[in-house]
Design a protein around this ligand. Sequence first.
Ligand code: TYD
Length: 206
Amino acid sequence: MFITFEGIDYSGKTTQAKMLIRRLRQMEMPVVYVREPGGTKISEAIRDILLDHRNREMHAHTELLLYMAARSQIVQEIIKPAIQAGKVVVCDRYIDSSVAYQGYGRGIDLEWVHRLNDFATEHLKPDITFLLDLSPERAAERRQRKARRQDRMESEALEFYSNIRKGYRKLAEDEPRRVMILDAELPRDQIHQQIWEMIKPGLSQR
Ligand code: TYD
């Protein structure tokens, strides 16, 4: 089973991914947890380039190709072998991040983003994707509370995030069987329970 988490920065997707992992491990399920961009030596090096503030001059196409390069490596090195070994793979961000951020956020032709996603992943799609939906305004409030240093992507304006959110919601509309939209403002235990109810049937079939 291949599960992914998506959402704008500060939507709480990483918290949810980790809560799910803990629960699966308690059940002694073989699980692999990875994040994108990153997860392998090469992909983490690409991540550093992508998030570095000094790389202000990065062109949107370069950015897209770097996310795809990081993705290709993690798919080949980690995700595919783990799925083949019968493990549950939980990935924090995947193909939909590129559609939302580079497609809807940066305005790159969606056709290209989809084609490159297919190329980078050799058409490997998640079985289920949890989209933590949050308004950019609420995300900005959360960010201020945490007062963490922002990376290159997080320094973008509210409008960028509002386009990304639109993109994510469109994805959920287009692929309702795969992309499950969740209200990121609910208490985290409640969100976790909703996620658990949705994946439980899939797990018991294994
Ligand atoms: P993430 O690891 O979620 O950030 P953090 O650990 O700081 O919460 O993702 C890093 C950034 O990369 C995030 O702003 C989203 C962006 N991103 C894209 O723009 N396109 C992509 O394809 C992916 C995977 C991430």
